[in-house]
Design a protein around this ligand. Structure first.
Ligand SMILES: [Zn+2]
Length: 249
């Protein structure tokens, strides 16, 4: 067996773990104003408990956790389990992606999972998150689709966006609150551009029905509910399903 065959999935797994490690940090500090842009990438380099600056060997995703027995080296506190859980998941998603030559799907999966968590907790979609998904889709459609198909999807996406923007302003004018967020509208534009009609409509119906069921089951009729997270969830399910069929068929 070629050594590279194993090396690439392992390296991909490390990249996946580092990427996830940063996403967890972004999730925890969502909405925080950083004095320097670079702080956004170095925030995790201090201890969660005593704020002591960490050494490079304490910053390795997964490995540091295992080597330190799940404790911080500086103040001997138990490290949060979510780090190793999510870094492990990110590593796994990237390793599987590398094995099947579907690393693009791995990147998409992490971006969508991040969106689900942020939207559920903060009722918002980070602009960078939405734009990275849009760029991902733009790259995929120009690389994989025929010109006619792209134009058809684009017309569908623009039509749906215009309707949603109308609903947005109508709601804001009549009810004095937002019925749908701008973030959700951008995400739906991206969804229609990628899946086209009618698949996007099925996705939209599935996401809407799921949200309605959630509201009925939790009986939280008056609370604000995240919608983008449901679109993102079905976006992921539909994509994985499509890729699975391509591999099998
Ligand atoms: Zn400490």
């Amino acid at each position: 067996m070629n050594g590279l065959y194993l090396l690439i999935p392992i390296l991909s797994g490390i990249v996946g773990a580092i990427f996830t490690s940063w996403l967890v940090q972004e999730y925890d500090n969502y909405g925080k104003k950083y004095s320097h842009f670079s702080d956004r990438f170095t925030k995790r380099s201090q201890c969660d408990f005593c704020q002591k600056k960490l050494k490079f060997y304490e910053l390795m995703p997964i490995f540091s956790f295992i080597l330190q027995g799940g404790k911080s080296r500086c103040c001997d506190k138990s490290l949060r389990k979510k780090y190793i859980v999510f870094e492990g998941l990110g590593a796994l998603i990237f390793m599987v992606g590398a094995l099947y030559s579907l690393i693009n799907i791995s990147i998409l999966a992490l971006l969508l999972i991040f969106l689900i968590f942020v939207d559920e907790r903060y009722k918002e979609i980070a602009l960078w998150n939405n734009l990275s998904l849009l760029f991902w889709v733009l790259h995929e459609v120009t690389y994989r689709f025929e010109f006619n198909e792209i134009m058809a999807n684009l017309i569908g996406a623009v039509s749906v966006t215009l309707v949603l923007v109308f609903i947005y302003f109508f709601y804001r004018a009549t009810r004095k609150r937002e019925g749908i967020g701008i973030g959700d509208i951008i995400l739906l534009f991206t969804t229609f551009l990628y899946f086209g009609v009618p698949l996007s409509l099925y996705l939209l119906i599935a996401a809407s029905l799921s949200l309605i069921v959630k509201i009925i089951v939790t009986r939280k009729y008056k609370d604000e509910h995240a919608f983008g997270s449901w679109i993102a969830g079905f976006f992921l399910i539909f994509t994985v399903f499509q890729e699975f069929y391509e591999i099998v068929g």
